[in-house]
Design a protein around this ligand. Structure first.
Ligand SMILES: [Fe+2]
Ligand SMILES: [Fe+2]
Length: 155
């Protein structure tokens, strides 16, 4: 399962893109490992790194949403649901790895690649678009307040 960064995964938000790139790189390393005689210890280490990294990345997106004041929107409820679904699937896969189930590895690889591409290209792109719109809106509101302040200060 080859998995490398592609420009279609770029959201345009540097912090998010760098984290996604790191996640893609870790999944790529897991795939490379499967080409050699399998080292389950190394696989577990990479899988755990990926999970910690994904968890932190989801937290980062959550902070951005909360800071934008969008935490009570259906957009965020759905998005958070997708993150929770991912973490549940990953917990099951961790059990497969602990059981050293080699057959499950193909499934795990396919799931990781499919889920991240779908999530980044659809849900994260939408999230970033809404965050950008909200930022522009907030800036416009802030800018429109400046003349009012000036008038008030002069009176
Ligand atoms: Fe993301
Ligand atoms: Fe996300």
């Amino acid at each position: 399962m080859k998995f490398v960064w592609e420009s279609r995964l770029d959201t345009g938000v540097l912090e998010i893109d760098e984290q996604h790139q790191q996640i893609v790189a870790l999944i790529g390393l897991m795939a490379d490992l499967q080409k050699k005689p399998l080292d389950f210890g190394e696989l577990q280490k990479l899988f755990d790194s990926l999970n910690v990294y994904a968890h932190d990345h989801f937290a980062c997106e959550r902070i951005m949403v909360f800071q934008a004041g969008l935490s009570e929107t259906s957009l965020w409820f759905n998005h958070q649901g997708a993150h929770e679904y991912y973490m549940k699937r990953i917990a099951d896969f961790r059990d497969d790895i602990d059981r050293r189930d080699e057959r499950a590895l193909v499934q795990i690889g396919a799931f990781l690649k499919y889920w991240w591409v779908q999530h980044i290209c659809h849900e994260d792109m939408l999230l970033v678009e809404v965050l950008k719109e909200k930022k522009l809106h907030d800036e416009a509101v802030a800018a429109s307040l400046i003349p009012d302040e000036r008038v008030r200060d002069q009176s």
